[in-house]
Design a protein around this ligand. Structure first.
Ligand SMILES: CC(C)[C@H](C(=O)O)[C@@H](O)C(=O)O
Ligand code: SF4
Length: 465
């Protein structure tokens, strides 16, 4: 029978199947960070268990790290404890860790792909919802909770409830200035933040095929914001070229065998998805959010919507509430919304291509008066590469702050935060109330829009400069 890619990868990993019980899947790669691992390691310690496969487990420090003075002690007590606990656990259980100051340290979803740890056909888990990022390689990648983290540490397996399949097909060609971020914001606006619930989404179609690996990661990263369990893209030459030569990539005859297998993972012709959504890439334009969930977005050319225009009472109430929090008036052109902060970074858009795209816009220009721009590479390797290409200089010459790697202002778990009432254009993936700091207001945007907004001081695209 014709099968989807997700079904193939799942089947290859079933180690136990019994009637009325979830399948038990083997896990190929377990990524760990400081926030969701302490109780899991503590559970092992209490039970006297070792980590079953330390060689398939990799940890990094990202959420709680300050992005300045990284070699000094962490001022915040909670953050310091989290980081120290991870270091202690990693050394006690023999897990490889990339601590602050290490060239391989960075956001967990940037580090895995960068090292070639993430490969097609794998099952990848992490105690983090944006693990869906790794699906860009044709891996089945799930975010899991802390008790599941403990289960995987102990057994390298995980019982998983069955999923449904959804195809999101993006046909056609993106116009210049329109990016992967705009695709995924438009997808979420279309299907809603609950539209993906229970599904593994496969992104396909011409426009997806043409995306670089890093752009594909941006798309898959936000699958979870549509409520999906995972997002995937079939591996192809773009994928293989990206992985080849990375530290953990297979070599020689093993590489050839791996590629042959990876090619077989694509969804068979005639396979049936439980749900299908089709989008036209030509019709897309730069997209920004105006509300307090990632589905409350609109083209930058549009205006703040009028809640009265929603037929559905709960959507109307949500829009009213969002506009009150965001301090926005219906009918205001989105291009006229002023920001005081621009954040370029996160596991959605903190990779080298994101920085390059933004630097191209910023080069030779200045960040607008009264605007603070934070540029935070997703990993120290990204920072190193950006510096080698002169991008760090472009950002600092424009008046932006050029930081060390971490989650930074994506979420309020470290010193990089909005103050109450501040408003950001942010390349991250979540915009709920207080996400970037108590009382902060977030507009989700692409790196191109972030850069243009930094220059103009109001939500803008490079075409406006
Ligand atoms: C802290 C962590 C558990 C969380 C997640 O799971 O996504 C974080 O990464 C986020 O983006 O909100
Ligand atoms: S960058 Fe943001 S979304 Fe990604 S793992 Fe860190 S906090 Fe979560």
């Amino acid at each position: 029978m014709a099968r989807t890619m997700a079904e193939k990868v799942w089947e290859e990993h079933v180690v136990r199947r019994a009637d009325g019980e979830p399948d038990l899947l083997y896990i190929d790669l377990h990524l760990v960070h400081e926030v969701t691992s302490p109780q899991a390691f503590e559970g092992l310690r209490l039970a006297g268990r070792p980590v079953r496969r330390p060689d398939l487990t990799v940890a990094t420090e990202d959420h709680n790290v300050p992005t300045e003075n990284i070699l000094g002690p962490i001022a915040d007590q909670v953050s310091r404890t989290q980081i120290e606990t991870l270091r202690k656990n990693a050394s006690e259980f023999g897990v490889r860790l990339f601590p602050m100051g290490d060239i391989d340290q960075g956001i967990v979803h940037v580090v895995g792909p960068q090292l070639g740890l993430t490969q097609p056909g794998m099952t990848v888990v992490c105690g983090d919802s944006h693990t869906s990022t790794h699906g860009a390689f044709g891996a089945l990648a799930f975010g899991i909770g802390t008790s599941q983290v403990e289960h995987v540490l102990a057994t390298q397996t995980l019982p998983m409830a069955p999923f449904k399949t959804m195809a999101v097909t993006v046909e056609g060609d993106l116009k210049p200035g329109v990016t992967a971020k705009d695709i995924i914001l438009a997808v979420i606006a279309e299907i809603g933040t609950g539209g993906g619930q229970g599904y593994v989404i496969e992104y396909r179609g011409e426009a997806i095929r043409r995306l670089s690996m890093e752009a594909r990661m941006t798309v898959c990263n936000m699958s979870i914001e549509a409520g999906a369990r995972a997002g995937m893209i079939a591996p192809d030459e773009t994928t293989f070229d990206y992985i080849k030569g990375r530290p953990h990539a297979p070599e020689g005859a093993e590489w050839d065998a791996a590629v042959e297998h990876w090619r077989s993972l694509r969804t068979d012709d005639g396979a049936v998805f439980d749900k299908e959504v089709v989008l036209d890439a030509d019709a897309l334009s730069p997209f920004v959010t105006w509300g307090t969930n990632p589905g409350q977005g609109a083209p930058l050319d549009a205006s703040v919507p009028d809640p009265a225009g929603y037929d559905d009472p709960s959507e109307r109430a949500a829009a009213e509430k969002a506009l009150a929090y965001m301090d926005l008036r219906p009918g205001t052109p989105l291009r006229e919304v002023p920001v005081d902060t621009v954040f370029l970074g996160s596991c959605t858009n903190g990779r080298i291509e994101d920085l390059r795209a933004a630097a191209e816009v910023i080069r030779g220009r200045r960040v607008a008066d009264g605007v603070r721009m934070l540029v935070v590479p997703g990993s120290m390797r990204v920072k190193e590469q950006a510096n080698a290409e002169g991008l760090g200089e472009v950002f600092t010459a424009a008046g932006a702050e050029w930081r060390e790697a971490g989650c930074s202002m994506c979420l309020g778990m470290n010193p990089d935060q909005l103050k109450p009432g501040q408003r950001s254009a942010s390349t991250s993936n979540r915009n709920f109330e207080g996400r970037q700091g108590k009382g902060g207001r977030t507009h989700l945007v692409s790196p191109l829009v972030a850069a243009a907004t930094a220059v103009r001081g109001t939500l803008s695209s490079p075409a406006d400069l």
